[in-house]
Ligand binder design. Structure first.
Ligand code: HEC
Length: 111
């Protein structure tokens, strides 16, 4: 097998992995869970409070890792304590679904 074959095998392996990751996240279920988030991050993922972050259109993987970092209390300082409380009760599935939902929204509320 030459280098080219390894590259093809790698791409095939990635291709096989992607649908598994995508099917794990359910943006519709995330939307239902996101009602509580709207109080601070806005109905459309754009925060009404200037010191709170927008979530709409953010990278999905970043949303997953940041919510997990609050849940695990690895992310501290700033206003992190507020989010630690929010993230504490979320399961990995909830987090994946919420991330898929917020990532799917237009950044800046579509304006
Ligand atoms: C009581 C207000 C409040 C609620 C409710 C809330 N958040 Fe937050 N959220 C914040 C604040 C404040 C920050 C900034 C924390 C910091 O300084 O690290 C934040 C940060 C975040 C971040 C990191 C954003 C970034 O750019 O790094 C994510 C992701 C997030 N929240 C998701 C959620 C989700 C999902 C929910 C609903 C399950 C939720 N939040 C509910 C106040 C809230």
């Amino acid at each position: 097998m030459n280098v080219k074959h390894y590259a093809v095998a790698g791409i095939l392996a990635l291709g096989a992995a992607v649908p598994v990751v995508a099917s794990a996240a359910d943006a519709e279920a995330g939307k239902a869970k996101a009602a509580v988030c709207a109080a601070c991050h806005g109905q459309n993922g754009v925060a009404q409070i200037p010191t709170y972050p927008n979530l709409a259109g953010q990278n999905e993987q970043y949303l997953v890792s940041s919510i997990k970092a609050y849940k695990n209390k690895q992310r501290t300082g700033g206003q992190a304590a507020i989010m630690q409380g929010q993230a504490a009760a979320l399961s990995d599935t909830d987090i994946a679904n919420l991330a898929a939902y917020f990532a799917s929204l237009p950044a800046g509320g579509g304006q």
